[in-house]
Unconditional design. Structure first.
Length: 268
């Protein structure tokens, strides 16, 4: 039986990933579901149980190191080990840097998006090495290409990219794979709940979402990348092309990044 820990599992990509794993592996998997909202986690757990999976709900704020450690301890105590850790929990933000008065929420964003992943991974390292398991880091295309109006978010995702790239090399000899996923715009509520310039819930998305990827497709790509131990999962054609154009003609990539912003949030 495979034990898989998923953070940010109460809705969106994390919840759908849990359902897909349960649907695929059934009684052969145990899912440890973590997020702050217990009721939402319980609902996802019930859906996974109906598909045959064992589940454990662990309400967790990954922005608190002690809770990250408690999550991993609970998983090991219940199921005896960990075969995969999916670092999916994260916050979004949309604000022009010049409009931000108090940078405190920049620190909050980094604590959740980067440190939450670092703390969970550090706590899970020994059991993952014992199982020759898998680590997944859900970054963003904003972690490959800086997106205007998303300085804080891009900073956290670039930091994730660098950390897990270095960790991948460190763990190569241990048989632990590290897969970094780079979704583009996905049809979730993350941008609506993310911070605005005042550090409050934005209530709207600053990005054009006409071509947003479905949650189901995004979760499928992450699941397949994890199963195949892929190094990276870059999810859009523009993302794949943009990362290479950036090396040769960075100005073109900047214009591509500006083009994804709604007119009302573009820098003047």
């Amino acid at each position: 039986m495979k034990t898989i820990v998923i953070t940010g599992a109460s809705d969106g990509i994390g919840a759908e990933l849990a359902r897909q794993i349960a649907r695929r592996d059934g009684a052969q998997c145990a899912l440890v579901l973590a997020a702050r909202n217990r009721d939402a986690l319980e609902a996802v757990a019930a859906q996974c149980q109906a598909l045959g999976a064992q589940t454990l709900v662990v309400p967790t704020d990954v922005g608190v190191q002690a809770q990250c450690r408690a999550l991993i301890d609970a998983a090991v105590q219940r199921f005896g080990g960990i075969d995969a850790l999916v670092n999916n929990a994260g916050l979004s933000a949309q604000a022009l840097f010049e409009d931000v008065q108090d940078l405190g929420w920049y620190e909050d964003l980094m604590r959740v998006n980067l440190w939450g992943s670092v703390w969970c991974t550090h706590a899970a390292l020994a059991p993952l090495k014992a199982s020759k398991g898998r680590i997944v880091a859900v970054s963003s295309l904003a972690g490959l290409i800086g997106v205007p109006g998303r300085t804080a978010y891009s900073a956290t995702k670039f930091a994730m990219t660098g950390f897990f790239e270095a960790l991948r090399a460190e763990l190569k000899g241990a048989g632990v794979s590290v897969t970094t996923a780079y979704p583009g715009v996905v049809a979730t509520q993350i941008r609506y709940r993310g911070y605005n310039a005042a550090g409050q819930a934005a209530g709207a998305s600053g990005l054009k979402e006409d071509d947003a990827m479905s949650v189901e497709e995004c979760a499928r790509l992450i699941r397949e990348g994890m199963e195949c131990r892929q190094r990276e999962v870059v999810m859009t054609a523009k993302g794949k092309i943009g990362r290479f154009i950036k090396l040769l003609a960075p100005g073109i990539v900047e214009n591509m990044a500006l083009a994804v912003l709604k007119d009302e949030v573009k820098p003047k």
